[in-house]
Design a protein around this ligand. Sequence first.
Ligand code: EPZ
Length: 416
Amino acid sequence: MSHYTIQPGTNIGGTVNISGSKNSSLPILAAALLADGNNILSNIPNLSDTRNMCELLSLAGANIVNDNGTLHINSRNLTDKKLPLELVNKLRASFLIIAPLLAKCGKVRIPLPGGCQIGARPIDLHLKGFSAMGAKIKQGHGYVELKCNKLQPAKIYLDFPSVGATENLMTAASMTEGETIIENAAGEPEIVDLSSFLCEMGAEIIGAGTDTIKIIGNKNLKSTQHTVIPDRIEAGTFMAISAITKSNLTINNVIPDHLKPVTAKLNEMGFTINENANSIEIVPCEKFKTVDIKTLPYPGFPTDMQSQFMSLMSVADGTGVVIETVFENRFLHVPELLRMGAKIKIDGRTAVIDGIKKLSGAKVRATDLRAGAALVIAALGAQGETEIDEIEHIERGYEDFEKKLTSIGVSIKKEI
Ligand code: EPZ
């Protein structure tokens, strides 16, 4: 496993350009299988997650050419071959391939999800929706098989506004003749981006971004071109880096509207945030107050920014409370922050953080993607050197992370 060695962030500043959204790219890559022709996708970040998704699409029969970051995806001859366990286990978003394979080939066999660090992450809501659309579902030997010659439009109520279930069902419904309605749908910006892509291919979708989405499917979707939205979580992570290092950072290629809950919390802490059309500038403040955070589906505070803010709260003035309502086990960064001197107590899904003056650099381990990002933030706000092990988790979701950090003045060394 590789590791980062990071010094305290003393002379950070300048400009950083945000990459395309990982969580928008993954459902759009899967949905590209729906159209026979050549889909051209731009601003897809070069990450292990997106590379694994492309490997999965190729295994399903797609032909993918990467023209310097622009992906050309041709899905003329899809197959319903059994998808490999090791690949699906590496990439949680593999389940998004169910929709196009079921809609186009009428059959898909995929390994059931193994757990992951942050929670069980079942796919029961996905399967309930596909069953409502007429799919016959069989589970056994660690696999789930879905079969249906012709998906039917349906009215689906999601018990929880699951991002993945909303994306999977919206994608399948885009190729299902008739009107499908998804109620209690997720409303994240990535859902809206996927909806734009599906409409560009010929589906008719009303209400993406709200809790009720109507999809009128089209049997003959056409290939198209699409540029993926910027990654709001990468942008939020750099906002937290700017805040903890009390530096003046301009973050380019963002949609400020997607960062409202993060900006609101930083304002509450005492930071001034200047927004332009597609950039955000953080004006530092010497002493900043702590806040209380409760993670919620969009437009609430994003669970994917919870660990990064906990690092910031660890050195803020006062006592703050974090309640994680989305995942059942998303405090794995806490033991690592405690090793750096943070004062945090956990009780179930609630953490109480007593801000201290300075964290102290230590040898720590990235347990998952956003927990790892939180440790980079903590290292920049600490006294003394920090070594972060297992950084493969971090590099799953942050394109050219080490290069971007170096470009804003971070002293970071990567060792394999
Ligand atoms: C997406 O995961 C994101 N991943 C996650 O980002 C993000 O944390 C999550 O949405 C919530 O915003 C991608 O988009 C690739 P969910 P997803 O289905 O779709 C439960 C990151 O760091 N649930 O909204 O898997 C589930 O267990 C990643 O970039 C069911 O119970 O999230 C969880 O507790 C981490 N049954 C909650 O819903 C289901 O069938 C939210 O899951 C589906 C989900």
